[in-house]
Design a binder for this molecule. Structure first.
Ligand code: NDP
Length: 330
């Protein structure tokens, strides 16, 4: 059983030296437990933020196996709750196999494609849906701005907003990615944050200002977006990827001024806060897929051993759509 552990916590940008691939004994299940074969592991910006210290979950420490959300098959069960052969989701680690208490795994519904449980019906799709609908509360005709627009969460946010009749503007790294966002997801525009003049470019792409800013990145881009917000606008604080590798975090300098003057609402959330509404989110996403209004984009890296490179790449913007690692066949 292979496992990837944290060899040393990063002090700046993550490198392959921060990880170790080790061979461990096959885990053995006890009464009430299940042995899981990991099929797909989610690669998330959050993996890096957990290495910064305690957040909504305990910090990842040196020597820990890297935690991950995974889709798995039950290969051995010593519990009546779950049967061998069932497909489940679980909080696992970067490894081939893992043993967990049966009450900690969740049975998954049958889907045409297993990877959809990780992308559109997984954390990415649910984060986009709950954050936009419950916190952003878009109205037709409003302008929605979303950062990390070519990523998994951002791509779904923009497509859902577009389906609701909003003007949708993305922010992404590089002209090629921006072009891809417009062509693939049907955004009205997408602005390259690495180019000069971000404020001016966004202002011309949002001639009526911004009503909802869905923030995946924080820092300077958040500061710029706040300057474009309309009165009574909503800022959905989903993540701050620009800060996860930074040793000198940069926050917006226009707080709380912009919020006071423009009567803005700025609200953070963690996707699990809305767990009781997940079924509704999944129905909503499914309806949009069936209507041809939501494209599912996935970025699958093959092989457990490539998980560190997959995460480093995600933090550097290599991915388009939901990045995951395939550990074993469906
Ligand atoms: P994505 O698939 O969106 O990939 C991350 C993207 O972020 C990269 O592709 C890169 O694209 C962009 N990026 C990287 N560095 C920067 C930077 N310095 N400035 C601007 N953009 C940058 O990843 P995730 O779906 O895992 O995460 C997206 C965000 O959502 C994260 O902030 C994450 O923490 C958050 N999140 C929050 C959840 C919640 O419950 N609140 C749940 C899940 C995710 P580019 O080439 O455009 O730079």
């Amino acid at each position: 059983n292979r496992q990837i552990t944290v060899a040393a916590l990063p002090k700046g940008p993550l490198t392959p030296e921060n990880f170790d691939l080790t061979e461990t004994a096959m885990p053995i299940s006890q009464a009430g437990e299940v042995l899981l074969r990991i099929i797909l592991m989610s690669i998330d910006a959050a993996n890096r933020s957990w290495m910064q210290g305690a957040t909504y979950r305990a910090a990842v420490k040196q020597g820990d196996a890297m935690p991950t959300y995974a889709i798995c098959e039950v290969v051995e069960s010593k519990s009546e709750r779950v049967a061998v052969g069932e497909i489940v989701s679980a909080e696992a680690t970067w490894s081939d196999y893992i043993v967990l208490p049966a009450h900690k795994v969740m049975k998954m519904p049958a889907v045409p494609q297993l990877s959809h449980l990780m992308s559109v019906y997984g954390v990415a799709g649910k984060t986009a849906y709950h954050g936009l609908m419950s916190i952003g509360q878009p109205e037709p005709g409003e302008t929605v701005l979303v950062s990390a627009a070519a990523g998994s969460v951002g791509g779904y946010v923009g497509q859902i907003a577009k389906a609701m009749g909003c003007r949708v503007v993305g922010i992404a790294g590089g002209p090629e990615k921006c072009d891809w966002v417009v062509k693939t997801f049907g955004f009205d525009a997408c602005i390259d944050y690495r180019a000069e003049g971000l404020f001016k470019s966004l202002r011309s792409a949002c001639p009526n200002g911004v009503d909802i800013y869905f923030d995946n990145v924080g820092g300077v881009i958040l500061e710029t977006a706040l300057n474009l917000m309309n009165e009574k606008g909503r800022v959905v604080c989903c993540g701050a990827i620009s800060q996860y590798e930074s040793t000198a975090p940069t926050g917006p300098r226009n707080l709380p001024g912009a919020i006071v003057v423009k009567r803005l609402k700025m609200e953070g959330f963690i996707v699990t806060d809305f767990a009781s509404q997940d079924a509704k989110a999944i129905r909503g996403l499914q309806t949009l897929i069936d209507a041809g209004k939501l494209k599912v984009t996935e970025d699958i890296v093959e092989g457990l051993e490539n998980a560190p490179a997959a995460l480093i790449g995600l933090l550097n913007g290599d991915n388009k759509g939901k990045r995951m690692v395939r550990v074993s066949a469906d």
